[in-house]
Each structure stands twice: as structure tokens, then as C-alpha cells.
Design a protein around this ligand. Structure first.
Ligand code: ADP
Ligand code: GLC
Length: 489
């Protein structure tokens, strides 16, 4: 199959969270299965030609792309990675993509991704490459299926191109003022009350994608079920219910070439489940770097996360003093909302001997924390899949998670599977401080029972969440989408 990916994040070029990891890995796995894959992303100013070996493609010309009748020139760059047949295409339009962050609060945020979406289609035309599948990811690419079918519907090149849309996170919907329909030039009827793109008087990119893609999926089976409920659906549950027959859950995989303590280049001491003894050396290095004392009997709890409401930090906030009574040390790496950055700053000020906080995005440190921490905490209010806990499993860093979305699908509670002895971590269901503290306490207490702890670690390290199985499920999904599209043409 020919598969085109469109996304606002692709590791190693651009990453704000797990979306980058997924679109950095899945295309390669599909390519290994014999498919022809091209990936499209914006050329942000952080993606420098020299560092990423980008090549300008003058043969594709200077592409005029319209936003509200005004023409912007787009140039195309490309790149590939050693040992992989996937080709990456970068949409270059400095006016929109030379900004301080991948996502901004600028007033033309909608225009940035309308331009990107149209550019992907324009580039496909110039390449004269008709994908069987255009795989769109999250709201920034949410208008592609509609644009493809209607604005570019005249081009028979796309007659058999099916649109698959993956919801990585329902909380980000791309909701903007109504003039999006003028900027993107889709039919104004879609912006009328009850129209495909309209949502409470605004335009909603995600809703548009849900109603116009051939197939929709999200990134775990539990989250797929949750999304159909008002509690988790964030207003989209109704539209997803309308598309229930075309809506699936496929658990993300992880790239064990990057996230594997056996060959991780970002950690000083490699180790594996055959010999976990070097893990503690990473802990020593990490603690020295953090300026915290080392004591092998005190567990180190790690958090690596976007600091946003989704991740359950208000629970931590409500019980800092209670959590600090536990005999543990803490390391937090994260960036995001000011309220949580402030909370962690306060926490480190009050408990400097127990806590270390790094506010910012720091890829190398995230690997060292995975390797050096003993416990990985992810108390999310909701979690579509979550990759952190899956990485933690492989690093023998025992996850403590709230049992929701992908966290429920990947972490097996130790206490609940005491008889089988197959548990890989600790989990709690109620979104409450009591439940959180109870689970963290259980983990801390079990840490000092070395044989139990070692068993839990090895259970986790032996789990295999590599992409192969999930990639095969995506192929099956693509086949469904292609059949559906052919049935409609
Ligand atoms: P989400 O996509 O909601 O952020 P995931 O668990 O799926 O959650 O993925 C998060 C990814 O982003 C992981 O690879 C994690 O290591 C990384 N990450 C999050 N915050 C930071 C940070 N401040 N510095 C480095 N990496 C981070
Ligand atoms: C989102 C979700 C996260 C998921 C990631 C990749 O940002 O919050 O749970 O793992 O996307 O799909």
C-alpha cells in the first residue's frame, strides 16, 4: 500500500509529546512490512537543514497556497533516515512555522495548520503520488479529509485515497472562530449550525475529522470505549457514537531502538533484564546530577511529563505534604502550564532534600530518569495511551498509574495479580488523593522487599510493546478504509 502520514510532530524532527514518538516510529514499521510510506510535517525553525540533512526539492517549485484568498509560497524539503525507506517531506513556509513553539497561542494558529493541510495535498499532486491511505493525526490535520474530498475533489488522483484519522488526544480539538471556512475555502454550508465543521458557533477541526474520515481510531482500546462516554468524550462522544462502526482502538507501540536500556545512548550504564545490576549506577549518576543524596534503600520516584491538567497533577497538588511523608525521593521533568510549574517550584523549595525539578523539555534527561528512577508515576485523569509507562516497564522502573485509557491496558497491578505473580506495577482507579497515596505507598513499601521488587521489575521488562503487532493492526485498518472508499467511488 501507499501510505501518506500528516502530523504536526515527528520525532526526531519535532516533538512535544507522544504524538512525535508515534509518527516517528509507526511509518518505519509499516515500511518494514513492505509498504511505501511518505511522512509530511511542517518545517519549524528548529528543524535545521544541516542537523537533519534536509534537501530542498526545487523540482517541486514554489507552491502558492491560499489562505483566505491570499497566496503564501511553500517550498518543499525532504529527508530520509539511514536504513529506512520512509521519505519525510517538510512544508516550508517561514511566515507560519518560524515560531517559538510547535503549537502557539498566536491568533493565526488555525491558519498555520490550514496551510499545512493544503500543502500536503498540493505536494502529493506535484509528486503525482496517489496514496491509498492518507493517515491524519490529531486536530492540526483534521481538515485534510474534508479538503481532499471537496476542495480537491476535482482531482481524480485522489479518487481512491481513503482518509484514516487517529485521535491521540480528545482534549485538543482545534476550535476556532467561524472564519476558518473563509481561510480554508471549504463550502460555507459546513459552518452553518448543524454543519459538519460547526460546533457551538465555532469551527471544530476534530469534529470535522470525525465526520469526514473513512475510518477513525484512537490509541488504546480502553480509551476508545471511554471516548464514547460523556465523561471522557469532551463533547465529541456524540459524533463518535454516530461513527461507532468505523471507530477503533489500537494500542501504540514503542520504538525499542530508542527506548531500550540495553542500547540507549543517552544513559551512562546500559543494562537488560538478564542483568539489572547496572540500573543503580544510573541512579547514582542521576542523583549526583540532581544534587540529591544517594541511599540504596530509598526509592526514587520519577515523573516525565507535559505539565497539563490531563496528567493528574492537581491530585499531587492536593497532597504534597502527605506524599512527602513517604520515605522516597522525587525527580520531576516537565514543562507546560504555569500553574503546575509553580506548584513544582514550590514543592522543591519546601522539600529541597527530597525533590528535584527540571522545568523544560530535555530529551536526554528523560532517558536518564527512565533508567535511574525506581518508580515512574503517571496519575493521569485521562490517558489516551501513554508512552512513559511503557518505556518505564522496559527500564525496570515500576509504574504507578491511574487505571484509565492506555495505562489500564499496559500496566498490570501487582496486588491484584498476587496469585499469578504477573503484576508489572501499581494502579488505582478512583481519581482521588487517597487512592493515589495508597498506591504510591504500596510501591514504596514493596521497594524494600528486594525479591518482590525484582520480580515486578522483570515482569515489566519482559513485556513486549514493540510496534510490529500494532502496525499490523493499522494495516488491517487501512484495508478496511480502502475497501470502504472504493465502495463509495
Ligand atoms: P503525551 O503524549 O500526552 O505527552 P506520552 O506518555 O504518550 O504522553 O508521551 C510523552 C512523551 O514525551 C514521552 O516520550 C516523554 O518522555 C516525553 N516528554 C514529556 N515531557 C518531556 C520533557 N519535559 N522533556 C523530555 N521529554 C518529555
Ligand atoms: C497523546 C496522549 C498520549 C498518547 C500520545 C501518542 O498526546 O496524551 O496518551 O500516548 O498522544 O498517541
Amino acid at each position: 500500500m501507499k501510505i501518506a502520514f500528516a502530523a504536526s510532530e515527528v520525532f526526531p524532527y519535532a516533538k512535544a509529546g507522544g504524538l512525535g514518538d508515534v509518527v516517528g516510529a509507526l511509518p518505519n514499521e509499516l515500511s518494514k512490512l513492505g509498504h511505501e510510506v511518505k511522512v509530511f510535517l511542517p518545517k519549524y525553525n528548529t528543524i535545521t537543514d544541516a542537523e537533519y540533512k534536509l534537501r530542498h526539492l526545487p523540482e517541486l517549485g514554489e507552491i502558492p497556497v491560499q489562505i483566505a484568498g491570499k497566496s503564501y509560497i511553500v517550498r518543499v524539503y525532504s529527508s530520509s533516515q539511514p536504513g529506512s525507506n520512509v521519505v519525510f517531506y517538510f512544508v516550508d513556509c517561514p511566515h507560519y512555522f518560524c515560531r517559538y513553539e510547535i503549537y502557539t497561542n498566536d491568533k493565526d494558529e488555525d491558519e498555520r495548520f490550514i496551510l499545512f493541510s493544503k500543502s500536503v495535498i498540493e505536494i502529493l499532486q506535484r509528486l503525482q503520488w496517489a496514496p491509498d491511505i492518507i493517515h491524519c493525526n490529531d486536530w492540526p490535520t483534521g481538515l485534510i479529509p474534508l479538503l481532499l474530498r471537496e476542495n480537491y475533489g476535482w482531482d481524480s488522483l485522489f479518487r481512491n485515497t481513503a482518509a484514516v484519522f487517529t485521535i491521540h488526544n480528545i482534549a485538543y480539538q482545534g476550535r476556532f472562530a467561524k472564519d476558518v471556512f473563509i481561510k480554508s475555502e471549504f463550502d460555507s454550508k459546513h459552518a452553518l449550525p448543524g454543519g459538519i465543521a460547526e460546533y457551538h458557533g465555532d469551527i471544530n477541526f476534530l469534529k470535522t475529522a470525525i465526520l469526514t474520515s473513512d475510518i477513525i481510531n484512537t490509541v488504546s482500546e480502553t480509551y476508545a470505549r471511554e471516548l464514547l462516554t460523556p465523561e471522557y468524550g469532551e463533547g465529541m462522544n456524540h459524533y463518535l457514537s454516530l461513527r461507532q462502526n468505523d471507530f477503533y482502538g489500537i494500542l501504540n507501540g514503542v520504538d525499542y531502538n530508542i527506548w531500550n536500556p540495553k542500547k540507549d545512548k543517552n544513559i551512562p550504564f546500559n543494562y537488560s533484564m538478564n542483568d539489572v545490576s547496572s540500573k543503580i549506577k544510573n541512579k547514582k549518576v542521576l542523583l549526583t546530577r540532581l544534587d540529591l543524596p544517594f541511599d540504596e534503600n530509598i526509592p526514587l520516584i520519577g515523573i516525565v511529563s507535559r505539565l497539563v491538567e490531563q496528567k493528574g497533577f492537581d491530585l499531587i497538588n492536593s497532597g504534597i505534604d502527605q506524599l512527602m511523608k513517604l520515605n522516597a525521593q522525587w525527580v520531576i521533568l516537565g514543562n507546560g502550564q504555569e500553574i503546575y510549574e509553580k506548584m513544582f517550584r514550590k514543592m522543591v523549595k519546601k522539600y529541597p532534600k527530597k525533590v528535584s525539578v527540571y522545568l523544560g523539555f530535555y530529551d536526554e534527561l528523560s532517558h536518564l530518569i527512565m533508567a535511574g528512577a525506581d518508580i515512574f508515576l503517571m496519575p493521569s485523569r485521562f490517558e489516551p495511551c501513554g508512552l512513559g509507562q511503557i518505556y518505564a516497564l522496559k527500564y525496570g522502573t515500576v509504574p504507578v498509574v491511574r487505571r484509565t485509557g492506555g495505562l489500564a491496558d499496559t500496566v498490570q497491578d501487582w496486588n491484584e495479580s498476587l496469585v499469578s505473580g504477573k503484576g508489572t506495577g501499581f494502579s488505582f482507579y478512583d481519581y482521588s488523593l487517597t487512592a493515589l497515596v495508597h498506591s504510591v505507598r504500596l510501591a514504596v513499601n514493596n521497594f524494600n522487599n528486594k525479591s518482590t521488587w525484582n520480580k515486578i521489575q522483570l515482569n515489566g521488562m519482559s513485556k513486549d510493546f514493540s510496534w510490529r503487532k500494532s502496525a499490523e493492526k493499522y494495516v488491517a485498518l487501512y484495508e478496511k478504509a480502502a475497501i470502504k472508499r472504493r465502495g463509495q467511488t
